[in-house]
Design a protein around this ligand. Structure first.
Ligand SMILES: Cc1ncc(COP(=O)(O)O)c(C=O)c1O
Length: 418
């Protein structure tokens, strides 16, 4: 029997925790006393390893090593070395991933590069419900290239299948939807795009570190993703870019900065791209951030991604089942798919008073987030969340709904970041 076929609500959380083979990971993370942290899908927590990486970089490599550390501490190659450590987590062979800049900037690079490879094709296919930066960047890229237009699933047609055709240059798609948690079928969408001659860019922000990913196996062309969410690299940690090795010779990325030059320290007048993934670099990278991320990645050396996925599905289902049982009648609507194969590692509840209700939860130590206009979003990160956390979070949610604690005016003042 699969876990999706019967309710988990009656199960004892202590029992589930006792049988949890991933429980030993929790002590590696710093979760403040009294907090149930259900927002690791937005900002992963600090870990002892990340703080050690940061401290070593600051106190030894910077303070003592000074400029020598570009060579002696491996700073110059850190983007590539860190990319190679992320590669196995996203199903990529070495030499195809680099860590640099932000997801937003990297989207610009790969979208532009993909369009340049597709002479005669001028259409970008994306999702109307995409994370907005993806759409803004698609608009920006289109504005610099004559004749490029954008078609959106959810606005111009209902499905990718209907929109992808022989005019499609590139499909830009979110692996897991940031609002609903819907998981796309990477193999199917990639194959469909390729059949029409289109390339695919995957946004892995909500799947990297949350589930096993098979970029090479699915023959994906490009991908970008966050390292500050499920990979716990720290606020603003650099993003990763993947470009399939088979494309490297034809690639040209538009932000031609000196770090992507074939010979940056020759200080030549004209740009000559570096071969391989180094070409995706632009300028000097934040080394302290990279070192925090490199430390955080030490915690992934012994993570079994299949076991991670299994526990993630259990956690999300347990939460959905408990909410269905204990919070019925308060006007909550779960908008996350119940089917395992369609769900990432988050659960989103639609509620008319989502903002104040989330603030009331945070005040009680249950940290999730709010996505406009009416979504309470909860991330379930198997390395440091247990079943007792889930059970307690739902009990607190029920209490807040029952007592209408969210009506306290203090919870209605919108902060800049929600
Ligand atoms: C799905 C998705 N894409 C892109 C981004 C943008 O990332 P960044 O701000 O690091 O450029 C985010 C950030 O949360 C995201 O969730």
């Amino acid at each position: 029997m699969t876990i999706e076929s019967r309710s988990m609500a009656a199960l004892d959380p202590a029992d589930l925790d006792a049988r949890d083979a991933l429980a030993f990971h929790r002590e590696r993370y710093i979760i403040p006393q009294g907090v149930i942290y259900l927002d690791g899908n937005s900002l992963g927590p600090a870990s002892h390893a990340a703080l050690t990486g940061l401290e070593t970089a600051a106190k030894e490599e910077w303070a003592e090593g000074l400029i020598r550390s570009w060579n002696t501490a491996g700073w110059f190659d850190l983007s590539l070395a860190t990319g190679n450590r992320i590669a196995p987590l996203i199903g990529a062979a070495a030499g195809q991933v680099v860590v640099c800049d932000t997801v937003t900037l990297n989207l610009y690079k790969v979208l532009h590069a993909a369009l340049a490879m597709q002479a005669g094709r001028r259409v970008i296919v994306a999702e109307a419900g995409s994370f907005p930066t993806d759409l803004y960047i698609a608009e920006g890229v289109a504005s610099t290239l004559p004749g490029v237009t954008i078609r959106l699933v959810g606005r111009d047609a209902d499905t990718f299948e209907e929109l992808i055709d022989e005019q499609t240059a590139v499909v830009l798609i979110n692996h897991v939807d940031y609002r609903t948690g819907l998981l796309q079928d990477m193999a199917r969408v990639t194959a469909r795009a390729h059949k029409a001659g289109a390339l695919v860019v995957w946004d892995l922000c909500h799947s990297a570190g949350a589930l096993p990913i098979a970029l090479d196996e699915c023959k994906a062309d490009f991908a970008v993703g966050c390292t500050y969410k499920y990979l716990n690299g720290g606020p603003g940690a650099q993003a990763f870019v993947y470009a399939a090795g088979r494309h490297h010779d034809k690639l040209k990325q538009p932000l031609s900065g000196w770090w992507g030059h074939a010979r940056p320290f020759e200080f030549e007048t004209s740009y000559a791209p570096s071969p391989g993934m180094r070409m995706f670099l632009t300028g000097t990278q934040g080394i302290l951030s990279l070192r925090a991320l490199a430390g955080a990645l030490d915690n992934w050396k012994d993570v079994d991604l299949q076991a991670l996925r299994h526990k993630s599905l259990q956690l999300t289902q347990y939460f959905m089942d408990l909410v269905a049982e204990q919070c019925a009648g308060f006007g909550l609507e779960c908008i996350t798919p119940r089917q395992d194969k369609l769900r990432g590692s988050q659960v989103s509840l639609r509620f008319e008073h989502a903002y104040p209700a989330m603030q009331a939860l945070i005040a009680r130590g249950v940290i999730g987030d709010f996505r406009a206009p009416d979504i309470m979003r909860f991330g379930f990160t198997p390395l440091y969340i247990g079943f007792a956390d889930v059970s307690r979070a739902v009990a607190i949610l029920k209490d807040i709904l029952q007592t209408e604690a969210w009506k306290d005016p203090a919870f209605s003042t919108r902060a800049s970041v929600t």
